[in-house]
Design a protein around this ligand. Structure first.
Ligand code: NI
Length: 170
């Protein structure tokens, strides 16, 4: 089932999400719907608050545009930065309107821990583009968007465009 994607400046995107307490059939169904929604929107990742659920779960498939689809869901992820700072070029987000993209400083490598949908504990080192996607999606679970990591000047300019756009929709 395709879910509706929550868009900035919806305040639900700014909340810190609650840990998942139990992996249930309902949670697995939600993950499957999030994956379907992500592909339909042509994204490489999606976090639960983006579909209006305030829980710590994300789905991702960083390589599906070039390779076969290989989506995974991660429950209660922790993402520890352990690389050098790199610039993620052209970062965008399905929840950030107007197709806005910007450069964002990220870590080149992360240590990912969490659970898969079978309850297995994960502990992996992730590098490159998948590491950037993980940092981006994990930020959502803490109520953070990539536009919270750009310069004040760029952010003000973007907020001005969004305001205008919202007005034109009203
Ligand atoms: Ni996003």
């Amino acid at each position: 089932m395709i879910l509706e994607i929550v868009k900035y400046p919806d305040p639900r995107l700014a909340l810190v999400c609650e840990p998942v307490e139990r992996i249930t059939p309902e949670l697995r169904k939600l993950a499957a719907d999030m994956i379907e929604t992500m592909y339909q929107a042509e994204g490489v990742g999606l976090a639960a608050p983006q579909i209006g659920r305030n829980i710590r779960m994300l789905v991702m498939d960083p390589g599906w545009r070039d390779q076969e689809r290989n989506a995974r869901a991660i429950v209660n992820p922790s993402v520890e930065l352990c690389g050098e700072t790199i610039i993620s070029e052209n970062e965008g987000c399905l929840s950030v309107p107007l197709g806005y993209r910007a450069e964002v400083p990220r870590s080149s490598m992360v240590r990912l821990r969490g659970l898969d949908l079978d309850g297995n504990e994960l502990d992996e080192i992730v590098e490159g583009f998948p590491a950037i996607v993980l940092q981006h999606e994990h930020d959502h679970l803490d109520g953070k968007l990539f536009i919270d990591r750009i310069s004040r000047l760029k952010r003000n300019m973007y907020d001005g465009k969004v305001k205008k756009w919202l007005k034109s929709q009203a």
